[in-house]
Design a protein around this ligand. Structure first.
Ligand code: OGA
Ligand code: MN
Length: 295
């Protein structure tokens, strides 16, 4: 249960089955009274669909999903995507990905395997049709650290001075997976991976296709601004990221066992906070719903 301070109960969205508590800001809601493992009725599903659009990040507590039920829930939102990094795919269900710091014997490796998740990003912004929703569960939760942070990119946009947002109109950012791996000090992309994920450009300010909200579309995969000098584009992106990740735009998810966390990549950025990868066990399983071309 969320503490009552600063939270509001959204009675109009409850029908006795699903209870939704949300931050008063409208960013992040906790959904209760629903079992994602069982048969989810069409009405419950539609409420969840409406809630993710409205709140951008959803938290489901006390869920007992396994990979099959995780997959089944996720694919109701649309076709799922694989990951460019084939090593993270699950053999039995290749559309689910797993990453964590455990070896085959369940011992900690001392390394967080996806360094790119430690920096602010939005999923797969380096492809022409970036990820829509990501649905994560964490069978092993770190006791300290390993939180997932979210930034509300619609509120960050609204908070820009009018003169500042006017200057951003019409700009396009180049998103480049190879470059983002260099920036986050990841294993360099292989030739195959680079061929599968060449650079793309997207509007710097995109419009959410379901709410018409304008959002700042940046993150670590964004490399520079199209047709600008590289350094000037990097500086603008860094400035926008600093703006968008101020405390008042952020939700910090402290994981509990059996949480399911879901977010809309079109209007949020996220990252994982550092944890001791030798002392803590942290594993996530993820399913990602394919998105459309940003505009
Ligand atoms: C992701 C991701 C965050 C986390 O799955 O896309 O960035 O908390 N994960 O592991
Ligand atoms: Mn991510």
């Amino acid at each position: 249960m969320l503490a009552s301070t600063g939270k509001q109960r959204l009675g109009e969205m409850t029908d006795g089955l699903i209870e939704i508590r949300a931050e008063a800001t409208g960013f992040v809601a906790e959904i209760g009274g629903v079992d994602l493992v069982g048969e989810l009725s069409e009405a419950d599903f539609e409420q969840i669909r409406a809630a993710i659009i409205r709140h951008k990040v959803l938290v489901f507590r006390d869920q007992r999903l396994d990979d099959n039920s995780h997959y089944a829930f996720a694919q109701r939102f649309g076709p799922l995507e694989g990951h460019v990094n084939r090593s993270t795919r699950l053999d039995a269900l290749p559309k689910l990905q797993v990453f964590g710091n455990l070896d085959a014997d369940g011992k900690t490796t001392g390394v967080h395997p996806e360094k790119g998740t430690l920096v602010w990003h939005t999923d797969k912004s380096y492809i022409a049709t970036p990820s829509l929703f990501t649905i994560l569960r964490s069978p092993f939760v770190a006791r300290t650290g390993g939180d997932t942070l979210f930034a509300d990119m619609a509120r960050a946009y609204e908070a820009l001075e009018p003169a500042a947002s006017a200057r951003l109109e019409g700009l396009r950012a180049v998103h480049d997976w190879k470059r983002s791996r260099e920036k986050s000090d990841e294993r360099p992309a292989t030739a195959d991976e680079i061929a599968a994920a060449p650079p793309v450009d997207h509007p710097l300010i995109r419009t959410h296709p379901e709410t018409d909200a304008r959002t700042i579309y940046i993150g670590n995969h964004a490399s520079h601004i199209l047709d600008w000098e590289i350094a000037a584009g990097e500086a603008l992106l860094a400035q926008l990221e600093a703006h968008a990740t101020q405390e008042n735009f952020i939700y910090r998810h402290r994981w509990r066992e059996n949480d399911v966390l879901m977010w809309d990549n079109r209007c949020t950025m996220h990252c994982v906070t550092a944890y001791d990868a030798a002392a803590e066990r942290r594993v996530v399983h993820r399913a990602v719903v394919q998105g459309d071309r940003p505009y």
